[in-house]
Structures are given as structure tokens and as C-alpha cells.
Design a protein around this ligand. Sequence first.
Ligand code: A3P
Length: 359
Amino acid sequence: MGYCGIIDNLRVLPSSHARWKLFLICTMLCFCGYFIYYKFGDRLTAFPVRRASQGVTSDNNISRGLLHDKNDGDYAGEELEEVESDDGLGEDLPHETFPMMRRRLPQVIIIGVKKGGTQALLDYLRLHPDVVTAGGEPHFFNRHYEKGLDWYRNLMPKSTENQITTEKTPAYFITKEVPARIHAMSNLTKLLLLVRDPVIRVISDYAQDLTKKSNIPSFETMAFKNMSAGVVDSEWINIQVGLYANHLVNWIQYFPLKRLLVVDGDRLIREPAAEFSRVQDFLGLRKLITEKNFVFDTKKGFYCTRKAKEDYKIPHCLGKGKGRAHPVVRPELIQQLKKFYKPFNRMFYKIVGQDFGWD
Ligand code: A3P
């Protein structure tokens, strides 16, 4: 019995030593071939995109989006036509030949808000086999825009044509230039915005600041210009982040509301499966992530995730930086903060058509 046809033919060779030498050469050639495919295979995988049913676009559409200016409307409906591959390679190759893994620009972006539960949402998305997520926070549209879309694309993990690529950078929501830039990449981008009661959010933000600089003034000193008169310091950036309506108006100039899902961050904490179900619907994902993927961890005080049956016994919880203890703030100051945010909250509810009951 030979190892393969080649080896069988090698039996005519004079010595077993020579046969082994040739066998080793064959094996090395196989490894080289595999290496070349692994390294450059993604260049050969630019096939037309078929994700219309999921309502998301591909890079090909994204680069088309670059040609549209801000007043151009959406492409008609959610239906996407098939488009030419962007590098012309691989068009004659059968689909089964390559796994079609390549880096793609995100079709979905978690734009904020900071401390809204953005890491939890990203973790939940990661559970889904049809989603890939960039690690960390790319900050492309607010900090690194001049580096260009190729730089950005390289931060994304490889994906198949049927997977959604996503990233999260909460600073996008409050950065004025970002909506126009995302729109220039693709006006079909889907946006996920997590919101939380702005009063809880600002305390959470402060709790995070405390872990970075322990000698900062108390929360009360930071949040109020005049504590006894109840005058909130609206210039403090942490307070400003919670003026959701003000930030949102920048986005709706570029994106219709149907491209934006406002996720209730407070509900995502209490009922992750139910709130995440809305996300799956919005993204056109198969409803694979359900109650069975979440387990409440009494020690952490939050839900943790379990991906599949194999790891049902070892749920994954977010790290220490998520679910921190908050400083205790006097109830009358909480009331002052609620009063301050109320008109902005009302405006926000009106724009998005949902009352979050924060006041
Ligand atoms: P706290 O740490 O103040 O409680 P972000 O990821 O946007 O920075 O948001 C952090 C917040 O996510 C946390 O704020 C926490 O309340 C919330 N959160 C939501 N789901 C969570 C989970 N499963 N585990 C830990 N924190 C979660």
C-alpha cells in the first residue's frame, strides 16, 4: 500500500531512501501550496454579493456609496443588486473552491453611547455565527480618518460573504463629522445606538474616570456648577454625552431612522435575550441567540454568555471594567440631574418614537 499514487509510482525507484526523499519533497510542495493559498487566497475571493435578504451591503456597495454625496437617497429599498467584484480576480472560479474569506468594511457599526453597554452588545453579536467583529475600538471616523478606508478595512477580521462585519466606537455618536463620513463610506450602513438613562450613564462614566485618575474631584463637584442652586455643569463632557437628542440630530441629517436601531441599554442588562432579539431582527440575522445563551451570574450581578452547548458550564462574563460599583450620589442631586436631562430626553423620545421612561 502506498501513501498516494505518486508514492506507488515511486516504487520503481532504486532505494527506499530515494523514495522517502521524493515523498518529503512532495509533502513540502503541498505545504508551500497551502501557505500561498492561506496568504493570498483572499485576493481570489471577490464574488458578487448576495446578502439582500439580510438588508446589509458589501464592500462593493460600500465603495459605490463613496460616490454618493449626502443628499443622495438610499438605494431603492433594501434589495441589493449583484455587483462586479472589485479586483476582477476569481470570477471564473467555482464558489466551492475557496472559503471566500476576506476583510470587508463594516456594514454595521455600534456608534455609542459610551457606557451604554456597547461592549456587552458587541459580545452578544460575537455569539452569532453570521457576525464578525473588530477587536477594540477602531476610532477610524473620529481619529484616523486620514488613513483611509484600506487602513480601516485591514482592522476588520476576515469574513465570508454571508457574514456581517461590525465594530464599535462609542465616541462616534458625539463626534460631529462622523455621520457624514460613515455616509460617504456607505449610506446603507446600519447603525446601532445603545442608550441608557443619562443620569446613570454619567455616573458610570465618572466611575470609569475614577479608575484612571483617583485624585479627581467628587462627582458632585464635577457635575454641578452650583450644587446648592442645582445648576448642572453642561460644559462637562460627561454631562454632554447624555444630551442624546442633540447628538442624534447630526445623524438624522445623513441617515434615515430605518437605518438606526436604538437599543435600550437598561433593558439589555435586565433582559439581554429579549433586547438582543430586536438587534437580530434589525440586522436580518437568523434568530440563533436566545435565552439559552445567557446566564445570570450572581457574583457579577450581570448576565454572562455561553456560546454553545459545549461551554454551557463555563459562561463568559465581561471583565472587571464592566459592571463597576458606582459612587453614591445624594438623591436630591439625582433629582436635579433628572430635571436637567428631562427636556433633552423628551426630544429624544420624540425623534426615535420610543419612550424610555427615564424621567
Ligand atoms: P457600569 O460598569 O457602570 O455598570 P460600555 O461597554 O459601553 O462601556 O458600557 C459599560 C456598561 O455596560 C456597564 O456600566 C454595565 O452597566 C453595562 N452592561 C450591560 N450588560 C452588561 C453585562 N452583561 N456585563 C457587564 N456590564 C454590562
